[in-house]
Design a protein around this ligand. Structure first.
Ligand code: SAH
Length: 261
């Protein structure tokens, strides 16, 4: 078997934020598989389109995750070098987990597995944080508000725990056309533990067309546009605002020794 499967995180949007390793993996691959929108971004960029030239390109819809994962595995097993691409990081709310789940089913049936390499990408929280300044300087938690794959009770418990423990909180999948009450409910839970004045950064379409950055408060946050391409970063008790920047100090107030930053 000479095939190989690259699981590639292509970053938040612009090609500038795609790693060199991601480019190399795409360059080396004969087959590129991904959600239509991500492939179209690459194809819409002059450098990106040259990366795709002469390759078999398989664009799938957002709901077809299992199809994408299976197809990538099959093509790699047949001997092709395949890049399965995801936005941001491929291992953060993305395709890598599903691929390994399917591979583990195959392993049980004693099928030979293709070699795999996972290429990390800049995830939405990092992209948003860079546009906001330095909100993730201390411990933080990422929580997805999508209750399609995780029951809401579990999400609510995680929100409570993270709020209680004073983590900065990054909300992924905060709102969609259908899921509108979850962000309101998240705000209500967080207000039990944090002041209404807690600084909040809302970043939509980071490093993509339509990029928007808003700095607001926990009290006011739901009065601003929040959708499927938005990450919401909720400050901890020490987070503060300087002009258009959201900053969480690296040092807890009261601590006196640095630890290597
Ligand atoms: N694998 C992706 C996350 C996919 S989950 C990553 O590592 O970034 C999809 C969610 O990610 C969206 O609902 C949104 O909350 C967030 N997201 C992805 N790209 C984004 C971007 N460019 N700007 C803001 N949020 C983004």
């Amino acid at each position: 078997m000479n095939g190989k499967l690259y699981l590639v995180g292509i970053g938040p949007g612009s090609l500038e934020h795609m790693t060199y390793a991601a480019r190399r993996a795409i360059e080396e691959s004969q087959v590129i598989i991904g959600y239509r929108v991500y492939i179209d971004w690459i194809a819409g960029d002059p450098v990106g389109s040259s990366l795709l030239e002469g390759k078999q390109i398989i664009r799938k819809e957002i709901t077809e995750e299992r199809v994408r994962a299976r197809l990538s595995i099959e093509k790699a097993c047949e001997g092709s070098i395949v890049a399965l691409i995801s936005g941001g990081d491929v291992g953060i709310y993305a395709m890598a987990g599903l691929v390994f789940e399917i591979l583990s089913e195959r392993k049980e049936s004693k099928t030979q597995l293709p070699p795999i390499e996972v290429i990390p990408g800049i995830t939405a929280a990092q992209a948003a944080a860079s546009l906001l300044g330095a909100p993730l300087m201390n411990d933080f938690a990422c929580i997805s508000l999508s209750d399609l794959l995780t029951p809401w009770d579990q999400i609510a418990r995680r929100l409570q725990a993270a709020a209680q423990a004073d983590f900065v909180i990054c909300l992924y999948n905060p709102q969609s056309h259908r899921r509108t009450w979850q962000i309101q409910e998240a705000r209500r839970i967080l207000l039990h533990y944090r002041s209404p004045e807690t600084p909040v950064g809302i970043v939509s379409n980071a490093y993509r067309e339509g990029q928007e950055i808003v700095i607001t408060t926990l009290e006011e946050m739901t009065h601003h546009p929040i959708h499927m391409s938005t990450v919401v970063i909720i400050g901890n008790r020490s987070t503060w605002v300087l002009d258009k920047w959201l900053i969480t100090p690296r040092r807890f107030s009261g601590s006196s020794c640095g630890d290597g930053f």
